[in-house]
Design a protein around this ligand. Structure first.
Ligand code: DSN
Length: 438
């Protein structure tokens, strides 16, 4: 069975698998061939396609295998030194290490590494800062915000009074004067900045001034730009934000998970209580071990070089697309992502069609509404494209021109099967020259 699975990962990509991954597939192949086959196909998909989803990345082998380690077997409710279970000596050690590395990385005084995901980090932050019914000022999801910042059907919109701020309709950028006017009018207890689809630099100092003016707390959800913030590639939310939440798997290139940071010692105690026992039970210690590994990687100088290249690649890709007639919302990008208005290239082009056609050709993207999009969220006029994953596999500015050419060829063909198949072949060959790193 193992040889069948190995052969599923047809050359040249099979040779690119690290020995542990190969061993895992062989092991699973003898005990659970169905799951092994699915994993082998997913490994092959990742190795042979171009990943342009702005919130995804390829972790190192060290991070990936820390997730699949002995730490998955343990309950460790509580915190290092104060657990509700015996046998936590090494779980304390790894959680302490993850916390220390996170503090060093973001240059702050406190880290909670237990949130299972970004939305859980935000639940704990809301619980630490607010009472049910309190007013929160945030950017709505339709304009690039996140569902956990106030969407009606989410916990945030269910239990809190949400006031939306929006982007300036002309520039499609944050309108700080308007945000301040809304804060003065509604007196929120919490102002949220940090977004899922905003391609420009966030002025954290200005946000803090707005929050201070009305006595609100400021929360920066840096899930998308965490790696950039940690390396000075985007300004840091510290010392401006009272609380910083993030995921660990986007530009930060760690395992799927959440993280909370603050410099306020009193707030830190509340945040700990609101993660556990407030909103979670047993921490995912295998993921915490992998967070420690990822934070260690992010502290190395190579990670700063990587983050700078992510931004340089995004600029290059945006420029190449603009030169082919696409419109970049806000006119371009300062970070790792861009929002592309497809209508400028072809009036009837939709995000939904483009996503589907591009996947056939081996380019993975997500449709995304653009500011004031007249089309519904399952159709959209735009794509959100990001460069974190492409940069991890070694692509640079020169290759962004090639990526833009493929994107345009597929979209302008309107999904023609022959074009999709030809591009798929070219991308498969191209990916062989940029293997996923170990
Ligand atoms: N789903 C994430 C993203 O793609 O940005 C946000 O949580």
């Amino acid at each position: 069975m193992s040889s069948t699975l190995s052969s599923t990962l047809a050359a040249p990509h099979a040779t690119a698998l690290d020995p542990l991954s190969r061993g895992l597939l062989d092991l699973l192949g003898s005990s659970d061939p169905e799951v092994a086959s699915i994993l082998a196909h997913e490994a092959e998909r990742q190795a042979t396609t171009l990943e342009l989803i702005a919130s995804e990345n390829h972790v190192s082998t060290a991070v990936m295998h820390a997730v699949g380690s002995w730490m998955t077997n343990k309950y460790a409710e509580g915190y290092p030194g104060k657990r509700y279970y015996g046998g936590c000596e090494f779980h304390d050690a790894v959680e302490d290490l993850a916390r220390e590395r996170a503090k060093q990385l973001f240059k702050c005084g406190f880290a909670n590494v237990q949130p299972h995901c970004g939305a859980n980090a935000n639940i704990a932050a809301f619980m630490a800062l607010l009472e049910p019914g309190d007013c929160v000022l945030s950017l709505p999801i339709k304009s690039g915000g996140h569902l956990s910042h106030g969407l009606k059907v989410n916990f945030s919109g269910t239990f809190f009074k949400i006031v939306d701020y929006d982007l300036d309709p002309q520039s499609e950028r944050l309108d700080y004067d308007r945000i301040e006017a809304l804060a003065v009018e509604h007196r929120p207890k919490l102002v949220i900045c940090g977004y899922s689809a905003y391609p420009r630099t966030i002025d954290f100092a200005r946000f803090r001034a707005i929050a201070d003016r009305v006595g609100a707390a400021l929360m920066a959800d840096i899930a998308h730009i965490a790696g950039l913030c940690a390396t000075g590639t985007h300004p840091s939310p510290f010392p401006h934000a009272h609380v910083v939440t993030t995921t660990t798997h986007k530009t930060l290139r760690g395992p799927r998970g959440g993280l909370i940071l603050t410099d306020d010692a009193e707030l830190a105690k509340k945040l700990d209580r609101k993660v556990f026992p407030g909103s979670q039970g047993g921490p995912l210690m295998h993921v915490i071990a992998a967070k420690a590994v990822a934070f260690g990687e992010a502290l190395r100088p190579e990670f700063t070089t990587y983050c700078r290249q992510v931004v340089a690649n995004a600029r290059a890709l945006a420029a190449s697309l603009a030169s082919r007639g696409y419109r970049l919302c806000t006119g371009g990008t300062d970070n790792h992502l861009m929002l592309v208005d497809l209508r400028a290239r072809a009036a009837d082009l939709t995000g939904a069609d483009a996503e589907k056609w591009l996947e056939v050709a081996g380019i993975i993207v997500n449709k995304n509404g653009i500011p004031n999009d007249p089309r519904p969220p399952m159709v959209t006029s735009g794509l959100r494209l990001g460069t974190p994953a492409l940069t991890t596999r070694g692509l640079k500015e020169r290759e962004m021109e090639r990526v833009a050419e493929w994107l345009d060829r597929v979209m302008i063909s309107k999904g023609e099967a022959a074009v999709g198949a030809a591009v798929r072949r070219e991308i498969r060959e191209f990916c062989g020259r940029f293997p996923l790193p170990h």
